[in-house]
Design a protein around this ligand. Structure first.
Ligand code: 5AD
Ligand code: FES
Length: 350
């Protein structure tokens, strides 16, 4: 059996492993191995990004969702959620606040809300880009047709986040109702890339029924897609979902996977996610030290924060945008990193 360190060396050199090797690494690693990978990943991140951390202002503009994913707190069947939509004015005022705080990327994230027509989205996208032409705009609004994605791109959207959630068919069906399919999900990601978006994908670590084999498939799918961004975070239960009693994912494995992803795509934009900050008070710091290079504080009005609860105990639901901004700045300083005011576009390797 090859030892884990030599697998990590191979990963660093080749940027990937075979499926069998990934499975071996993910089922046999020790704390020492994660530390070994972490040091390499941090060094790689420093080579590409120095000690700089990019920041994205997240605007959760609607918590209505037509989908019923078994893990998600704002799933359609959860009638305990107080639903909300931000008006165009609300969204623009989040951007205004964000701009003053130094954000140069806005992420419009929402459930799959049928109330917004393509025209509505185009209006919102255009007005943000008109008011903030120097900012990047990221959409995270789920599965749409090629034509819709194209229209949003033409209206000015630069980037798109759509986690694949799991690259394994069988696992996908255990996490989602039959109305959702992995094939469609993957097609959306391919469409987004073909149109020219900087694309982000990702998955939850430790989602119910996930195996090392599944994770290996996730990594290989990501390698093949070659996205600009990869967001991962631990699965965390939400009390009003069918998975309420499932156990949460592991922080250590999430951090190990961040390091692995950094070694796979050295120039990728990888966030230290809110879920990571929720599972451990220093989760985001550990994420950055394991190879992540992005933080995504919330710009949504505090009045609705609590209602965008994908999982229990989500952090930052009571803090104003400015509080999170400076909180993160301090946290990054503590570990020797610096938040930068730059769009932070993906720079392809030569
Ligand atoms: N725990 C952790 N992450 C979750 N997401 C949704 N529900 C949960 C949960 N219970 C993630 C999904 C989705 C992203 C917006 O949030 O991966 O793509
Ligand atoms: Fe929100 Fe610290 S980042 S309070």
């Amino acid at each position: 059996m090859p030892n884990m360190k030599s697998l990590i060396d191979t990963l660093e050199i080749k940027g990937t492993l075979s499926k069998e090797e990934f499975v071996e690494l993910l089922s046999g690693y020790t704390e020492e191995d994660t530390e070994y990978a972490r040091e390499k990943a941090a060094k790689t991140a420093n080579q590409y990004f120095d000690n700089k951390v990019y920041t994205r202002g997240l605007i959760e503009f609607t918590n209505y969702c037509k989908n019923d994913c078994y893990y998600c707190g704002i799933r359609r069947s959860n009638t305990n959620v107080v639903r909300y939509r931000l008006s165009d004015e609300d969204i623009l005022s989040c951007c205004e606040q964000g701009y003053e705080l130094g954000f140069r990327t806005f992420v419009l994230q929402g459930g799959e809300d049928l109330r917004y027509s393509d025209e509505d989205m185009i209006r919102i996208i255009s007005s943000i880009k008109k008011n903030y032409p120097d900012c990047a705009l990221t959409l995270s609004i789920g599965e749409k047709s090629y034509d819709s994605y194209l229209a949003f791109y033409k209206a000015g959207a630069d980037r798109y986040l759509l986690r694949h959630e799991t690259a394994n068919e069988e696992h996908y069906r255990k996490l989602h109702p039959a109305s959702l399919s992995l094939q469609v999900r993957k097609q959306c990601l391919r469409d987004l890339k073909a149109i020219g978006y900087q694309v982000g994908t990702g998955f939850m670590v430790g989602s119910p029924y996930q195996t090392a084999d599944n994770l290996a498939e996730d990594l290989l799918f990501i390698k093949e897609l070659s996205p600009a961004m990869v967001g991962i975070g631990p699965y965390l239960p939400h009390h009003d979902t069918p998975f309420a009693e499932e156990k949460q994912g592991s922080m250590e494995l999430t951090l190990f996977l961040i390091s692995i992803l950094r070694l796979m795509i050295p120039n990728a934009l990888i966030p230290a996610t809110t879920a990571l900050g929720t599972i451990h008070p220093l989760g985001r710091e550990k994420g950055i030290m394991s190879g992540a290079n992005v933080v995504m504080p919330n710009l949504s009005p505090v009045s609705v924060r609590k209602q965008y609860e994908l999982y229990d105990n989500k952090i930052c639901t009571g803090e104003e945008a400015a509080e999170c901004r400076f909180c993160l700045q301090n946290r990054m300083h503590q570990i020797g990193y610096e938040i930068v005011t730059a769009r932070g576009d993906f720079v392809p390797l030569q």
